[in-house]
Ligand binder design. Structure first.
Ligand SMILES: *Cc1c(COP(=O)(O)O)cnc(C)c1O
Length: 401
């Protein structure tokens, strides 16, 4: 990987080699260019950088710790470490890019943030950022998801956001994206559309990656300080891919660190039962960018499923798509069952209840640990599991002691 990796990728059109770009209606082209130009100039300014640094320290509670898992390591063999994004304010890594996007909106003189949300995690993080900066916030959410994710809907409302129910089509994430986009087009001057992962048209995959890089920069330094070396293996779950990109970005040019992105193989590898985009998808276009994509026989985005709703996306970030082709990252899977087992293992051996998304990374790391007892493994624990406890216990019950 060249020294100028972050300057080279994406290129000025937003491409990570074959992937990314901006497949958007002409009316949006000027808006996206404005956001890109503003990002390039504002994000390099001393004022922006020092403000973001101060927010991370005093509001978000960064740096989040790297923690050595004593009992898990003893049981599974390898030395296992967690980057504790579950301890980031609001309970997951998502606030890292939401605070960055909201700060950019403020510097651009915008009054309102708008986004879609599926399970509500991105909506809650963005509503948090909007409250902090005194911006209006409108979150579009499918009616089906509003029913399912009641606590997050309440959180968003407490934080002062408007939750707009989306009532057409399947009434889930894809329709919510369309609806939020439509609303954004009505007033792009005063509004910033805030994407929830390293996906969407240029410049979002780049911006979100850059705001998440703090995770990797901190973790690399902390791991080295604790052990005097770098981890042999680095593991993160991949939905759209923001928490994974954040951690991996610090290790891309370390030939001795092996990187693993873990996607959900769900109930089975039949189409509709999983969201294993890298393993089973092929290149296509979704939501304004090109990436590996799970497609039906007509080439349309296929229905996907995962026990973790944050991983339930038929596409994946364009940078991951490139890193897959370059074989810089190994993309693997964990099933629902392996994930639930890992959820309880981490809870009972370390006293840490992980988000079901993060438990996918833990599940695959435990496999690696058994096969490579001499190695050290660093896992991105992208979020905490409070949001998942009722679902897990009601669906799977408690394990025997
Ligand atoms: C949303 C979410 C994810 C998936 O998003 P990425 O962009 O792939 O990181 C993973 N973990 C948690 C806790 C989440 O909330």
């Amino acid at each position: 990987m060249s020294k100028n990796y972050f300057k080279e990728y994406p290129n000025s059109e937003g491409y990570f080699q074959d992937y990314g770009g901006a497949f958007i209606p002409p009316v949006l082209e000027a808006e996206m260019k404005k956001i890109t130009d503003a990002y390039y100039s504002i994000s390099k300014s001393h004022k922006f950088i020092s403000e973001l640094r101060s927010i991370r320290k005093h509001y978000q509670g960064r740096p989040t710790p790297v923690y050595f898992c004593n009992r898990l390591s003893e049981k599974y063999g390898a030395r296992i470490y967690l980057k504790r994004e579950d301890l980031n304010h609001s309970g997951a890594h998502k606030l890292n890019h939401c605070m960055g996007e909201a700060l950019l909106a403020k510097h651009m003189g915008k009054k309102r943030l708008i986004a879609e949300t599926g399970a509500g995690q991105h909506g809650v993080a963005l509503a948090t950022a909007a409250a902090y900066f005194g911006l209006e916030c409108e979150i579009h959410m499918g009616e089906v998801d509003i029913e399912k994710e009641h606590p997050n809907v309440v959180r968003m409302k407490i934080l002062g956001a408007d939750v707009v129910p989306v009532t057409h089509g399947l009434k889930t994430l894809k329709e919510a994206v369309d609806s939020a986009f439509e609303e954004y087009l009505k007033d792009p001057i005063n509004t910033l559309y805030c994407i929830g992962s390293v996906v969407g048209p240029h410049p979002f995959p780049m911006m979100v990656r850059d705001f998440q890089r703090v995770v990797g920069i901190e973790a690399k330094e902390q791991f080295f300080e604790m052990t005097g070396e770098l981890p042999d293996k680095v593991v993160a779950c991949v939905g759209g891919g923001s928490n994974a990109m954040g951690l991996f970005s610090a290790f891309l040019d370390e030939p001795d660190c092996e990187l693993f992105g873990v996607e959900p193989s769900g109930r089975s590898l039949n189409l509709g039962d999983h969201a294993a985009t890298m393993t089973l998808g092929k290149p296509g276009v979704i939501h304004g960018f090109k990436c590996y994509l799970l497609q039906d026989e007509k080439g349309e985005p296929a229905p996907v499923y995962s026990v973790a709703s944050g991983l339930d996306y038929p596409g994946v970030g364009p940078e991951h798509s490139m890193l897959n082709d370059l074989k810089k990252v190994n993309y693997k899977t964990a099933s629902d069952k392996e994930t639930i087992d890992a959820f309880y293992e981490l809870s009972r051996l370390e006293g840490i209840i992980p988000a079901l998304e993060s438990a996918h990374a833990v599940a695959y790391a435990l496999k690696l640990a058994k096969e490579n007892p001499q190695d050290s493994i660093l896992i991105n624990l992208s979020g905490r599991g409070d949001k998942d406890i009722d679902f897990v216990v009601d669906t799977y019950g408690l394990p025997k002691k």
